[in-house]
Design a protein. Sequence first.
Length: 364
Amino acid sequence: MKKNLRNILTLSLGLMTTVAFGQDWDVDSRTRIDMSGDENRMETSQRATIGATWGGDDWGIHVSTDVNYDLGVNTNSVEVPVNLYEAYASTNVMGYANVTVGRQALNYGSGAILSSNDWAANRTTWDGFTVDLGVDMADITVGYATRNNGGADAAEIGGNTLFANVGKAEGDWSANLLFINSTREIGGASDVAGGFSRSAMGLDLTYALMGGDLGLGLSYNTATDETDGVAAEDMDMMDVSATYQINDDFSVTAGQASYGEGGFSQPGTDMSGGLAGSGKLGYLGADDENMYVGVDYGMGDFTMGLTMNMIGNAENDDYERTVNAFNLGYTMSDNANLGLSWASDKVGDADAINYMWVTLNVTP
């Protein structure tokens, strides 16, 4: 109880400080009802984020805090976690670069390699620095950081990561290229040869045809792990898709995702944890192939989406998996929206696992 009181006081102090001294402040709340799995299950969680921003022409400071709370839980025995989400300072260096230092949420490309997993209660953040180079030919960012899985007290499970991202959009096409190299000590070892390292690359391409009505997309990601100086089997995945905009409200998407012999995954991203951990299908297994088709429809304040995934395996003809997902959204006002998400995951002759969430987002 004392811990909860301390957290509430901390939250109140942060809010008062934000309002009193911040040049810009924001508060948002996400309430989610999870009815996945057992038909009698209903768990309600809330994540509230409070942020403040100060700045001038060539500098800025941003601080935000996440408060995660399970509604209906006895607060006398359960601590309410208050986590530092982001805390960074940025400055412009003579017009040549923008340098940001501190805790940041990072999202690049498709998100398969580097993203914050906003779906989760404890979002992924990075402690370190980024440098955005002020060049006209492309958006170039380099950085060095340590990944956190959640708030300020979470274990640093990502090791040290050096990354470079290059993005370019020109006319009907866009491209994004991301390189990362992560190292982590194992058993007290202090060098890569005695520990673990991962090198990964992600390439994302899009191209618009027919006046923008037809969009083509390609995403290719690859990674190689090295433990105690010995390289493991390469991992890779590729996704090719096409989206046709039938009219302003209706679109159809079809595509195929293919995984290599080593599969592909990356912790702490928008695809980590599958349906339960990210609300998405997420990463598949080695040699898996997913043919998918989806439709999206918007009507005023309502949006609807349906996606069917038909998953097989290049090395196992008997493997069959079907994942169907449905989403319904309603914009209640400029400050609030309500969403319903449902998914069914069935492998072979086994019973399907069903997922369902109702989410309310409020931004005053």
